[in-house]
Ligand binder design. Structure first.
Ligand SMILES: [Zn+2]
Length: 234
């Protein structure tokens, strides 16, 4: 029994359409998974930025406490200075106050720097928070789009599978097992239309005799494994 060229071409076209629909069905979940990975990375980034901000606040708070105790110490020293018993004690207290005041001024500069760092870190956190919200919103939108398309695509796939099954009835029974294995491995590419008297999958040239056999409806698998056929336009 020979194959009809038109029938094979139809089967091939249906399989290509089915592959396109299956690809679209797989694309949605793949895009969603990729988007979720991006969100997870953003959340990790946010966590570390928040931890950094917290550390900076703690550092600034510690310096503030140091400043308060330094101020208290200078206040105490000034009190002692006022009641100094002698010149030597007065001078010692005076130089201690001068040294502490210098240290306090350095500390004040450090606090200003620490507070600036806190401000910058706060801006960074806010930025990553907004980015996280944006990618999450994008994900919701994508999920909705994928869900909206899914039912229609599944219907199309089911209809195409039926049409493919109907088109496959032209295949001689003895080649069906091999054909099934090929479809399992290559999908639509299990079938190879002959183009320019060559296999369109592996480009091997056909002998004129083989070409004519195919054109007459012969059943031939190429050396690359595919089931070859000659379309109407060849
Ligand atoms: Zn081939």
């Amino acid at each position: 029994m020979g194959l009809s060229c038109a029938g094979m071409k139809q089967l091939y076209d249906l399989r290509l359409k089915l592959r396109e629909i299956s690809d679209q069905l797989e694309r949605g979940p793949r895009q969603i998974a990729a988007r979720k990975q991006i969100i997870n990375k953003k959340k990790e980034e946010l966590e570390s930025q928040r931890a950094r901000l917290k550390q900076m606040k703690v550092a600034a708070d510690q310096k503030n406490l140091q400043l308060k105790s330094s101020e208290a110490r200078i206040y105490d020293l000034n009190g002692k200075l006022n009641i100094a018993a002698n010149n030597r004690e007065y001078e010692a207290l005076g130089s201690q106050i001068a040294a502490d005041t210098m240290a306090k001024s350095v500390l004040e500069d450090e606090i200003l720097e620490a507070l600036e760092l806190v401000d910058v870190a706060q801006i960074d956190v806010r930025k990553v928070e907004l980015e996280t919200v944006a990618v999450e919103a994008e994900l919701q939108k994508l999920v909705a789009e994928v869900q909206a398309k899914e039912a229609g695509l599944k219907e199309q796939a089911a209809a195409l599978e039926q049409q493919v099954a109907a088109a496959e009835t032209i295949l001689p029974a003895e080649i069906v097992p091999q054909y099934r294995r090929l479809v399992q491995a290559y999908g639509a590419s299990a079938l190879a239309p002959v183009s320019n008297k060559s296999c369109s999958e592996c480009y091997v040239s056909l002998t004129t005799q083989l070409y004519l056999e195919l054109k007459a409806g012969g059943v031939k698998f190429c050396t690359c494994g595919r089931l070859m056929f000659v379309g109407d336009d060849e």
